[in-house]
Design a binder for this molecule. Structure first.
Ligand SMILES: Cc1cc2nc3c(=O)[nH]c(=O)nc-3n(C[C@H](O)[C@H](O)[C@H](O)COP(=O)(O)OP(=O)(O)OC[C@H]3O[C@@H](n4cnc5c(N)ncnc54)[C@H](O)[C@@H]3O)c2cc1C
Length: 538
């Protein structure tokens, strides 16, 4: 039996970042992961921009729709609407290995190489100090960790009047990418009506992104090809597999893919990790001195519930999310715009008490390189053929607002593991997630306020769509931080209470989930957890 020093589970954001910290400290690290890939699409996209490819490439359907047209779905638009054929491996094995049982919670989970980070939108806000305290995080430690993460992944942003909501105290960042015409138009109107917005507690600024606008090592500055949903060729957008690929060049790092962790068992001076080989279904064990779980909030909950063997309900946090297609009449009928991008460009914050806590945030996107079938089916009363002609005119004026709200624990948000004979692990995660009438009324009020104010920018909401709870893909709070040695909680350094050498690097410990995307903060926390593991000694 070979006992490894450190095992990190998962190649997603939290696994990649904690592994990088351990490797940079000179430790021998093994990553155990399912890590599904899809090499078929790697080199398929020619080195050209979206408009040129649409006009000239007879083979374009292969990467835009999928060589088996697997990218076309007539199901309801909701979670993961932007996941294209090249990224479908994000979902591989999820039906059999990550089974869910819920009537009101529909999360996105991934067993892909890079986890949900294969498709993430790279929006990287810092939490405010007040948000961090509510989440149980130490602002001072986090501020240093944000800086470390930003140096590693590369952030672009603008310290404009809204800097305190976006970049926070961050010092290491590149300039934001150029705005396209839809966003320039919105920003121009916002500036003109600044006082009106400020009076309402609304603040708009550039969205910080994990996207390079200057070259960094072997990653290239964003080339404005508008192919962001189809290829990562230039590696301008940071994705966790990019970090893991780099780690794999290092002799002190070993990657073991194709293994699904079922349980851990802590012995006197080592931890046994019991895994299932996803191809053969056979069980196999790995052994280590310290275990770091970066398996995503729901994945980690599954492993912990199985391992501790208790029938236990865990709490859950997830940002409520509403998707709002809007129209900018001033842009309708215009030619397609060269040099556009698929990432969010502006963020609108609602901070009515001016204290940077309990805010809601809307991210704004224009719509060009995602195929139109995703929106055509939202158009009422018209057949597909008629709607397609109409949409061709409307699309240049289409702006999507994605609104996220904060989330707090409640008795109506919980999960447990239940037996399931159809599951490769023998169980399903049963989740119940419900918001109370008061919470719903408050979210409705906030969204109406944002939608109404956006009219001042010449941007008119067509419809508010609730894609179902879980669709925000921001999860936390299942194993909340605690200063007491209580089961199913985490110590502040990420150690799972009741164990000596089992740590959790993802956002499972956060006691509150601010509206701003969780990922920059979970990356910083994963770095801090790895530092804590090092301080603890192997
Ligand atoms: C379309 C989309 C857009 C998004 N946009 C943003 C955004 O703009 N900003 C933002 O803040 N967040 C965004 N997110 C959310 C963000 O992707 C997640 O917060 C982040 O990826 C979570 O990282 P993680 O490492 O904690 O978990 P995951 O990404 O879920 O990674 C888990 C890893 O663990 C592995 N794993 C899981 N269980 C096991 C097991 N039992 N055994 C072995 N391996 C296992 C998986 O293979 C995977 O590699 C987005 C998500 C999606 C899907």
């Amino acid at each position: 039996m070979k006992i490894l020093d450190y095992i990190v589970v998962g190649s997603g954001c939290s696994g990649a970042m904690s592994a990088q910290t351990l490797v940079e400290a000179g430790k021998q690290v093994t990553m155990v992961d399912v890590g599904a890939t899809n090499p078929k699409y790697h080199d398929m996209v020619p080195e050209k921009d979206f408009i040129t490819l649409r006009k000239t490439d007879p083979e374009q359907y292969r990467y835009l729709l999928g060589s088996e047209i697997e990218g076309v779905s007539w199901a309801q638009i909701g979670k993961g609407a932007q996941i294209t054929p090249a990224r479908k491996h994000m979902y591989k094995h999820a039906d059999t290995h990550l089974r869910m049982d819920s009537k009101n919670f529909f999360p996105i989970e991934s067993l892909g190489y890079g986890g949900a980070g294969i498709g993430w939108g790279v929006q990287c806000w810092e939490y405010s100090d007040a948000d961090m305290r509510m989440a149980g995080l130490d602002p001072q430690k986090m501020s240093q960790a944000y800086e470390t993460v930003a140096r590693r992944i590369g952030i672009s942003g603008t310290n404009d009047g809204t800097g305190k909501y976006t970049l926070g105290t961050l010092k290491t960042y590149q300039p934001s990418p150029k705005m396209d015409r839809n966003h320039k138009y919105i920003m121009g109107k916002y500036d003109k009506h600044l006082k009106y917005f400020q009076k309402l507690g609304l603040h708009m600024g550039r969205t910080p992104l994990a996207l390079l606008t200057k070259d960094k090592g072997n990653r290239k500055a964003y080339a404005y090809q508008d192919m962001d949903f189809y290829t990562d060729k230039h590696r301008s957008a940071w994705r966790p597999w990019i970090a893991v690929d780099e780690l794999r060049k290092n002799n002190s790092f070993t990657y073991i893919g194709g293994y699904m962790v079922k349980t851990f068992k802590e012995k006197d001076d080592y931890v046994e990790l019991v895994c299932v080989n996803v191809d053969t279904g056979k069980e196999e064990s790995f052994y280590c001195r310290s275990l770091i779980l970066g398996s995503g909030v729901l994945g980690t909950a599954r492993i912990v519930l199985r391992s501790l063997g208790a029938k236990k309900r865990l709490p859950i946090l997830c940002n409520p999310y509403t998707y709002i297609p809007c129209l900018q009449p001033a842009m309708v009928g215009k030619e397609a715009e060269p040099g556009k991008m698929g990432f969010a460009q502006l963020s609108l914050f609602l901070d009515e008490n001016n204290d940077n806590v309990d805010t809601s945030v809307a991210s704004l996107y224009s719509y060009q390189s995602l195929m139109m079938f995703r929106v055509i089916k939202q158009i009422p009363f018209l057949s597909f053929t008629d709607a397609r002609v109409l949409m061709q005119w409307l699309m240049p004026g289409l702006v999507i607002m994605g609104v996220h709200h904060p989330d707090k624990h409640s008795d109506n948000k919980y999960m447990e593991l239940v037996p399931d004979k159809h599951s490769a692990t023998g169980d399903s995660l049963k989740v119940h997630y419900e918001l109370g009438a008061e919470e719903l009324a408050e979210l409705d009020r906030r969204e109406k306020k944002m939608v109404s104010a956006m009219r001042k920018t010449g941007t008119f909401a067509l419809k508010r769509i609730n894609p179902g709870y879980g669709a925000s893909v921001h999860y936390a709070g299942t194993l909340p931080f605690s200063d007491e040695e209580k089961s199913f909680t985490l110590a502040r350094n990420g150690r799972l209470h009741g164990t000596k050498k089992v740590f959790v690097a993802d956002s499972s410990g956060f006691e509150y989930l601010p509206s701003r995307g969780v990922t920059f903060t979970l990356l910083a926390n994963a770095h801090n957890v790895a530092e804590g593991v090092l301080a603890h000694g192997s």
